[in-house]
Ligand binder design. Structure first.
Ligand code: SF4
Ligand SMILES: [Zn+2]
Ligand SMILES: [Zn+2]
Length: 309
């Protein structure tokens, strides 16, 4: 197997591009894909400070590494979800990555912020764990970005994440989610811009990058994801891709090309309330994150207080 660019020995085969690459040309290809995503969606520029949401997995650590190599000003933000050994290992690997490369990292604990870990919050509030986790992350990432003077929050979602999410959203015609499925969501009032610079790269490509760069990441999936529909949709997308290479990217990029046709840009209304508890923009008097926090605190005071109602 020869590298498409330099004809040297290839180490990775990318059927979707009908190409194989040696380590050095693969690195150039991958950096170029990230650069294209940043440029195409005007995600950020060199004078801006980027908060990177780092979970300890391959994608977010690789994203931090790549943006640092491209010369952007970054700060890592890790949220310890309190999920036993999984979270301990995630926090440890994230800290080690930052220390080894001398990168700034800020760590917060969900248990300290809300009063319980993701699984307990799910139990106490009757929400699926991933929903409680998603609400908490959105709130705490945004708060951290504002506190640390960051202009944008970047996450490590890759092409597989985005394509499987799109499949799920289309299967259930989730218009609200489809409308917002964009690799760059602009600032809205005090909600900081959110971007996904890895949206052109697959899970396999990110794993190859992490391996070639010697990035030590958490290999296990989050234990809460066992029943997550997302994994099922990923499996289906991978089966389709296996039969017909290139379908995943055609599906996702095809949607992005047509997105504004189906969901024309509106003069997006910023939520009109400020949450009574935390002053974040909210469509209700108390934002979802604070409602979760209040329920957990009520349940802590009185286990029979009806936190499950
Ligand atoms: S799988 Fe669910 S609980 Fe685990 S990190 Fe992802 S969103 Fe959070
Ligand atoms: Zn080469
Ligand atoms: Zn609030």
């Amino acid at each position: 197997m020869k590298c498409r660019v330099c004809r040297g020995k290839a180490v990775i085969d990318l059927p979707r591009h009908n190409a194989s690459f040696c380590p050095s040309c693969f690195d150039s290809y991958l950096m170029d894909q990230v650069w294209k995503a940043i440029d195409e969606f005007r995600m950020f520029h060199k004078s801006e400070r980027i908060l990177i949401a780092v979970s300890g997995g391959k994608d977010s650590l690789a994203l931090w590494d790549i943006l640092n190599r491209l010369g952007y000003s970054t700060i890592g933000f890790h949220l310890d979800l309190g999920i036993g050994d999984y979270s301990r290992e995630s926090t440890e690997k994230t800290r080690k990555f930052a220390v080894d490369r001398n990168l700034p990292l800020h760590v917060e604990s969900l248990t300290q912020e809300v009063g319980a870990s993701v699984d307990s919050i799910a139990d106490l509030t009757n929400r699926p764990p991933c929903s409680a986790c998603g609400v908490s992350k959105r709130h705490l990432f945004n708060r951290a970005a504002k506190t640390m003077d960051c202009h944008v929050v970047a996450t490590g979602h890759n092409l597989d994440d985005e394509a499987s999410r799109l499949l799920g959203n289309i299967l259930h015609w989730q218009d609200g989610y489809l409308e917002k499925q964009n690799p760059a969501l602009p600032d809205e009032g005090s909600l900081v811009r959110k971007v996904k610079p890895l949206n052109r790269l697959t899970e396999k490509e990110m794993a190859a990058y992490a391996f070639l760069k010697g990035i030590d990441y958490v290999v296990h999936e989050c234990p809460m994801s066992v029943n997550a529909k997302q994994l099922f949709y990923k499996k289906i997308m991978n089966e389709i891709e296996q039969e017909s290479p290139g379908t995943k990217q055609a599906f996702y990029f095809g949607f992005l090309d047509r997105r504004s046709h189906f969901y024309p840009e509106k003069d997006e209304s910023t939520p009109s309330f400020l949450c009574r508890e935390c002053q974040s923009p909210s469509y209700t008097e108390i934002c979802t994150f604070c409602r979760i926090r209040l329920k957990v605190s009520l349940a802590g005071r009185d286990p029979d207080s009806g936190a499950r109602s």
